[in-house]
Design a protein around this ligand. Sequence first.
Ligand SMILES: C[S@@+](CC[C@H](N)C(=O)[O-])C[C@H]1O[C@@H](n2cnc3c(N)ncnc32)[C@H](O)[C@@H]1O
Length: 280
Amino acid sequence: MATRTPPWPEAADSMVVDADPQAVPARSVSGAPRPTAPTLAAVVRETIKATPVLGELASTAARRYRVRHFPGSSAFWEQHYAAGRDSGPGSFGHLAVFKAGVIADICRERNITSVIEWGCGDGNQLSKLTVPRYLGMDVSRTAIEHCVRRFAGDPDKSFAWYNPSFFLDAAGFFCADLALSLDVIFHLVEDVTFTTYMRRLFRSARRHVLIYSSDVEGLRYSEPHVRDRKFSAWVESNEPDWELTKTIRNPYPFTGVEEAGSFSDFFFYTRVPAREPTAD
Ligand SMILES: C[S@@+](CC[C@H](N)C(=O)[O-])C[C@H]1O[C@@H](n2cnc3c(N)ncnc32)[C@H](O)[C@@H]1O
């Protein structure tokens, strides 16, 4: 995958210099492959970083630049994948294995025969999932292109490029036993994007919704493409036919290193059985 220069500068505090050319590149929260040899720019950045006042100024300036030039969440993700980046650290290693294990257990225990995922990403997490018939949707055309190529020979997987402004499914074709949302909700920074997404997620589920996300307001403010939300409160107020029946804590809570831990946990919703009409 070709890596192009992203349209916003990297924060001084998100760069590492790795002199070992054999090292497997670590990934940042934005999924950027990190450099494997110190470039002049990286050396300058590291020098600035090592000088406390300069480092802080540079990182504030980089953050301001990114906020000012943020293109909106959908465009951000398309630019992100088109620049050769991936779905981020939550889709790799032990975090991805944990997510896959929970999903496999739920599919087995609940006899799930079909799954729809909103925000499937580039397919790295999906490659670890054991799921029945699956439909992956994403706002990034490039991410969907990757999935289409990667899973071309798999008869149980379908994908569709999703444009929230040009989508209507009143007839309920985009439906499955289980609707999945994995590491997406805290990226829905615009309010209208968040509410549209949540409604579509729940409308597309016949029996269960499984969400893997943070569930607090405003936990992180450092990046414009991240906005944590107390989504469970939104579900309680807006989706009366659904009940939170289980939460599964992620065994790798975030402790400062994105590749090692995550702010997300699993939230499992079940459709409330239709209430019998009462005599009175
Ligand atoms: C951090 S990645 C997670 C990918 C995958 N679910 C996983 O767990 O590996 C977030 C994904 O959400 C997608 N996304 C962002 N906004 C979306 C929206 N409004 N509707 C659907 N997908 C969206 C992005 O394009 C990106 O692929």
